[in-house]
Design a protein around this ligand. Sequence first.
Ligand SMILES: [Zn+2]
Length: 301
Amino acid sequence: MISHEDKTNQKTAPSLDRRGFPATDGFLVGQRDETSHGEYDPLETNLGDRFFGEKQKTGRAVKTRQTEEERKAKKKARAAAWYLANKERVCATTTAYQRANPKKVRATKAKYRKDNHEKICAQSAEYRKANAENVRAGIAAWQKNNPEKVKAIKAKWYKSHAERARAVAAAYRNNNPEKALAASKNWRKSHPKEVRARENAYRKAHPEKVAAKDANRRARKHNAGGCHTGEEVKQLLARQKCLCAVCKKSIESGYHVDHVVPLARGGSNYIRNIQLLCPTCNLRKGHKDPLIFMQSMGFLL
Ligand SMILES: [Zn+2]
């Protein structure tokens, strides 16, 4: 018969099995130990873990496998630590590569910019917001050092945003009429060739407007009453079917606005006193009385 004291001794110094391991380790983890009076002793079962680890054929997994995320996190941490410890070496290697492969580096950067356009825009906007003054100063300095590039960029912008540019310019002229007038006079003075070219182009595109303007100017000179518009001259041309009112030759290539009763003889500047003549007839007419002129041309005899 085994006394209580003997039992205790058996526990503290377990007998070894034939493999040289403590006899209690022969039990599977979680298996009931029949020799210890059917009591479940976690300490004894854990002994097995220490000796056999995962290789032991236990009834359930001893150690849970690390998840994919954990594995990745550990790998990342190891890489970060390695980078910190070898920062200078990494920088030197990177610089050497960039110097040796400028084309590849440029291509990689361009691809990154293309693939991450929105991200880069957002980052830039954030930076500009946080460093507004620095950014403004930087831009001003660059513009001062690159006047030709600035000119080219502005020209390109005006070309692709013509309508908006015109609206902005018109708004400026409205708000600053005196400044705008002075600027316009200055520009005309320093660009005579361009001014002539523009005037010619305008005359060609809007002959009726130019003719009306000339006639109105002459009328003001003679203190004549009335005025007429380019649109009215256009309608008159259509009524005359593009023919000289006197000789009936085509005036499609050009005409003179003639006051039927000359301004010098008290004629008005209303459209009813206007006729369109070919240059020859108009020069012949001059300030003559209309009846005498028409008689001289073989009419109204
Ligand atoms: Zn004629």
